[in-house]
Write a protein of this length. Structure first.
Length: 329
């Protein structure tokens, strides 16, 4: 019986944050200071967790953070993950979300180790704006080099994620449409969620799916690609078939009813929702010597109680117990 919650949702996507340190300080994610970081576990501990979870029905693993490429040994970790076998005896699908700053050098080694795909976060295609968002000077060229190296390495489709903030980078919509076409990457806009360290979120700051589609269509007509219920992104092709964009709209068009994700934080806590107000200490159980069977039982029980949905924008919304950078986006 695959991992299932009490609402009947099958859980097959796992996100593992391997560090919550980051070399960027994006204005909508982090405070201006470096802030405290949670513990990082040895890769063997994440590997054991992943092995147990894959044995319970996980088929997709995404490495994230913080910035996952800050961890030395990440290529070897991917190589070990790639040796795992799903319940149907296949290699799990392995992906990574990264800011791309350190990607150019490791894209090919990651591919060779068994990474299937990469998603690079990039919130502007204008280098100055990019620097203002990330609060790091001269990062744009490194990230662009990372995107291109990923394509060359065959980590495809390379996806580029952009979070839009009203009054800050919403004018990047059409430039990103051009970017998708010219660089042959899938650009995905993500609606801004209240998961930031500085609590700047308001409903008004969110640039919604409908607005993005309207604005992009003024540049070139879009045709929606039929989307599967389990897909988080609405997908669109430009009418001439060149360039794909996607929109992930957890705020204006929530998809909790089809959520198939769980997360492990860098310090080994299991989280069943981005907006969980508590997490579950898998690593503490391991530290106390629990067997694989005991850990499996614990995971099954925790997953069963996965939250039904988030409550963004509703009266009485309770913020998550951790911000995005400390959960693993
Ligand atoms: N450092 C890596 C990166 O930049 O991709 C991985 C971690 S980062 C937290 C993962 C993704 O979460 C990024 O694409 C980032 O833009 C997105 N993100 C961060 N805060 C967010 C928020 N409040 N709402 C929506 N997306 C957010």
């Amino acid at each position: 019986m695959p991992l299932t919650d009490k609402f009947g949702r099958g859980i097959h996507d796992l996100r593992i944050s391997i560090t919550d340190r980051c070399n960027y300080r994006c204005v909508y994610c982090r405070t201006g200071t470096n802030g405290a970081a949670y513990a990082e576990l040895p890769f063997d501990d994440y590997l054991r967790m992943a092995r147990i979870l894959v044995g319970l029905g996980i088929t997709k693993i995404r490495l994230t953070g913080g910035e996952p490429l800050l961890r030395k040994g990440v290529v070897e970790f991917v190589r070990e993950l790639a040796k795992l076998r799903t319940t149907t005896n296949e290699k799990p699908d392995i992906a990574m979300t990264t800011n791309g700053h350190l990607l150019a050098e490791v894209a090919q080694p990651l591919k060779d180790a068994g990474l299937d795909r990469v998603t690079v976060s990039m919130d502007a295609v204008d280098p100055d704006r990019f620097a203002r968002i990330t609060r790091v000077p001269n990062g744009f060229d490194s990230v662009l080099a990372g995107v291109r190296a990923s394509r060359r390495a065959g980590l495809e489709p390379v996806k580029v994620n952009c979070v839009l903030l009203r009054g800050f980078n919403e004018d990047q919509i059409i430039p990103f449409g051009k970017f998708a076409r010219e660089e042959a990457v899938v650009v995905r806009f993500i609606e801004f969620m209240p998961l930031e360290e500085d609590r700047v979120w308001t409903p008004e700051i969110v640039v919604t799916l409908d607005e993005i589609v309207k604005r992009m269509s003024e540049y070139k007509p879009l045709v929606e690609i039929e989307h599967q219920r389990s897909e988080t992104a609405r997908r669109y092709l430009f009418e001439d078939g060149v360039g794909e964009i996607g929109i992930i709209a957890p705020v204006s068009h929530p998809f909790c009813g089809h959520c198939s994700r769980i997360r492990i934080t860098s310090d080994g806590k299991l989280r069943t929702c981005l907006f969980s107000v508590w997490d579950h200490d898998l690593h503490e159980l391991m530290r106390r010597g629990a067997s694989d069977e005991k850990l499996s039982e614990f995971i099954v029980k925790v997953v069963e109680k996965k939250e039904e949905r988030h409550h963004i924008g509703e009266p009485g919304f309770v913020p998550a117990s951790r911000t995005m950078v400390h959960i693993g986006g």
